[in-house]
Design a protein around this ligand. Structure first.
Ligand code: PMP
Length: 410
C-alpha cells in the first residue's frame, strides 16, 4: 500500500492489513502488539520476498555460474543497494544485526586503532551490545571505557558528553535512541563535536531506523549500526554503515570463503569492501527480506511514521499519567519508541504476564540495558513500545488493561 507524503495521511487500518500477525488473538483477546522495541512484526511483502527466494532461486551468491545463483546474487546485491540508499549511504556491510556490527567494529577497527590508555566514551543509556564489546576489547588492548551520565529524567546532554571527552578519547560510541527509556539523544551534535576534535564515532542506530528518517551522510558519524528485525525485516540480518576509506583501513575480522581474493598456504589476500567483512555464506534470504522491508517503509514514508508515533506516544504517556500508582521511568523531552513504567507494589514481570492475559504484548525486565535501569534506581521496568500501526483504540485498551491489573492485584 502507498501513502502520500502528507503528515496526517497514515492510515493504521490499511497498514495493519499488510501485517498478518496483527490479526491474531491471544488468550481470546485481539492482540495489542506493543513490543516493537524488541522486534517488529513482518509485513507480507517481506515474507513474500523471502518465500520467493526459497521457492524460485534458493542458490548461493557470488560463486555460481548458473542462472539461479545469478538471480540470488542480483537480489542480494540489489537489496544491499536499496537498504544503503534508504539510510543515505553508498554501501553497507551485512551483519547478523546491530550486535554483530558493533563487535565487528570493536574487533576490526578497535584492535588496530586503540592502544593501552586510549578512551572509548559511551553513554549511560547504552544497550549491552554497545557496552560489552568495548569491555572485551579493553581486556585485550588495554583501552579504557568511560561513561557520560544522563540526568534524572534520563536525558543525555551534549555538555556532559563534551565534559567527559579527554585528550585520550579515541572513540565515542553512543545510541541515537534508548531502547529502555525512549530518550532521543542529541547524536548529530555529539558527532559534530567529536569530528571537530578528530574523534571517531559509532552510532548505535538500532532504535532510530524504525522511527525516523536516517541520513548516514548527514549524520556525520564514522560507523552506524542497525538490526533488520527492528525495522520490519527478518531476524538474523542487519548491517554496518561506514565510509569506504574507513573500511579499507580495517583488517577483516572473520576469515573464510567470499572475503578473500586469493588463498595459498603461504598467505591470503582480501576481497574488496564490503565483501572483505562478509566471510562465509551470508543470510541471503534475510537480506532480500530486509530489502523488501525498506521498500515498504519508504512507501509509507518515515516522516509519516515519526509524526504518527509521536501522537501515539503522547497519547499513552497522558493515559499513564492519569493512572494512580503508575510511575513513568524516564521523562525525556524528545521521546521515541518506548515508555518504561512501574506499577507501585508490583513486579514488572507480573505486570507483563497479566497484560498478556488481556492480549497486550509488552516487555518486562532490564531490556538488555541494566546500567541505565540502575541509574534510574530500578532493576527492571515494564515497557510499552508502540509503532505506527498501533491505533488510539489500542492505547485505550491498554490503559483499561493496566487499570484492571491494578484492581485485581489490589
Ligand atoms: N542497540 C539497541 C539500542 C537495541 O535496542 C538493540 C536490541 N534491543 C541492540 C542494540 C541489539 O540488537 P540485536 O539484538 O538485533 O543485535
Amino acid at each position: 500500500m502507498t501513502h502520500s507524503p502528507a503528515n496526517d495521511s497514515l492510515n493504521p487500518t490499511a497498514v495493519r492489513l499488510d501485517i498478518p500477525a496483527l490479526s491474531r488473538s491471544v488468550h481470546g483477546k485481539p492482540l495489542v502488539y506493543l513490543d516493537n522495541a524488541a522486534t517488529t512484526p513482518r509485513p507480507k511483502a517481506v515474507i513474500e520476498a523471502m518465500n520467493r527466494y526459497e521457492m524460485e532461486y534458493p542458490a548461493n551468491v557470488h560463486r555460481g555460474v548458473h542462472t539461479l545463483s545469478g538471480e540470488a546474487t542480483h537480489a542480494y546485491e540489489d537489496a544491499r543497494r536499496r537498504i544503503a540508499s534508504f539510510l543515505g549511504a553508498d554501501s553497507l556491510v551485512f551483519t547478523r544485526g546491530a550486535t554483530e556490527a558493533i563487535n565487528l567494529v570493536a574487533n576490526a577497527w578497535g584492535t588496530c586503532h586503540l592502544k593501552e590508555g586510549d578512551e572509548v566514551l559511551i553513554s549511560a543509556l547504552e544497550h549491552h551490545a554497545n557496552i560489552v564489546p568495548w569491555q572485551m576489547l579493553s581486556a585485550t588492548c588495554g583501552c579504557v571505557l568511560k561513561v557520560a551520565d544522563v540526568d534524572d529524567a534520563g536525558e543525555l546532554h551534549v555538555e556532559t558528553v563534551l565534559d567527559a571527552i579527554s585528550e585520550k578519547t579515541r572513540l565515542i560510541a553512543m545510541t541515537g535512541v534508548s531502547n529502555a527509556l525512549g530518550t532521543v539523544t542529541p547524536i548529530a551534535n555529539i558527532c559534530e563535536a567529536a569530528k571537530a576534535r578528530g574523534i571517531t564515532t559509532l552510532v548505535d542506530g538500532a532504535q532510530m531506523v524504525p522511527h525516523m528518517s536516517v541520513d548516514f551522510a548527514a549524520l556525520g558519524c564514522d560507523f552506524f549500526t542497525f538490526s533488520g528485525h527492528k525495522m520490519y525485516g527478518p531476524t538474523g540480518i542487519g548491517g554496518l554503515l561506514a565510509g569506504k576509506d574507513t573500511l579499507d583501513n580495517m583488517p577483516p575480522w572473520q576469515g573464510g570463503g567470499d572475503m578473500i581474493e586469493t588463498v595459498s598456504f603461504e598467505g591470503s589476500t582480501w576481497n574488496t569492501v564490503p565483501w572483505k567483512f562478509e566471510a562465509g555464506t551470508p543470510n541471503i534470504g534475510g537480506a532480500i527480506g530486509l530489502g523488501a522491508a525498506v521498500d515498504w517503509l519508504s512507501n509509507i514514508g518515515m516522516e509519516n511514521i515519526a509524526a504518527r508515533e509521536k501522537n501515539l506516544l503522547d497519547n499513552m504517556v497522558n493515559r499513564l499519567d492519569g493512572i494512580e500508582r503508575v510511575e513513568i521511568v524516564g521523562r525525556p523531552a524528545n521521546r521515541s519508541g518506548a515508555i518504561s513504567f512501574l506499577i507501585e507494589g508490583m513486579h514488572p514481570a507480573d505486570v507483563g504476564a497479566m497484560l498478556d492475559r488481556h492480549g497486550v504484548a509488552i516487555r518486562a525486565g532490564h531490556h538488555c540495558a541494566q546500567p541505565i535501569l540502575h541509574r534510574m534506581g530500578h532493576q527492571s521496568t515494564a515497557r510499552l513500545a508502540p509503532a505506527f500501526f498501533n491505533t488510539e483504540d489500542e492505547m485505550e485498551t491498554t490503559e483499561a488493561a493496566i487499570r484492571r491489573v491494578i484492581d485485581v492485584f489490589g
